[in-house]
Ligand binder design. Structure first.
Ligand SMILES: [Zn+2]
Length: 128
């Protein structure tokens, strides 16, 4: 079985107490809450992981993840990650995100992400 540092996601030994790459305290990181682990997973180098993490954060309506989701929506170079971050923001449904989403540079977003912005904005403006 392969072990990864929960902070920098590089491969480590199961017995490492600190990450040899980023010096993270492995035990302390493993004691974080599920939501905090998901937020950290948003930066996993394999794109399926952040996409899944964003989806789960959306389902959990994890407001504490909003700043990181917004950062991904603005800065991720991967349109699938961007799209899932935007969808999650819509699911979490915090009205403070309306202006943030409206400020995203629409014309430079991939089509999928633009559709996600429209859907998320609609959800935020029409809470159920
Ligand atoms: Zn590390």
């Amino acid at each position: 079985m392969t072990f990864f540092c929960p902070q920098c996601w590089r491969e480590i030994q199961q017995t490492d107490e600190r990450c040899p790459f980023c010096d993270a305290d492995i035990k302390a990181l493993e004691q974080r809450s599920f939501v905090q682990k998901l937020i950290a997973a948003l930066y996993h180098p394999e794109s399926e992981t952040p996409i899944r993490a964003a989806m789960i954060l959306g389902q959990l309506k994890a407001k504490e993840a909003l700043p990181e989701l917004l950062r991904l929506a603005k800065s991720s170079a991967d349109p699938f990650i961007q799209t899932s971050a935007i969808k999650a923001i819509g699911e979490i449904g915090d009205a403070s995100m309306v202006s943030e989403l409206e400020q995203l540079p629409h014309s430079s977003l991939p089509i999928k992400a633009r559709q996600a912005v429209r859907t998320a904005l609609w959800k935020l403006k029409h809470p159920t």
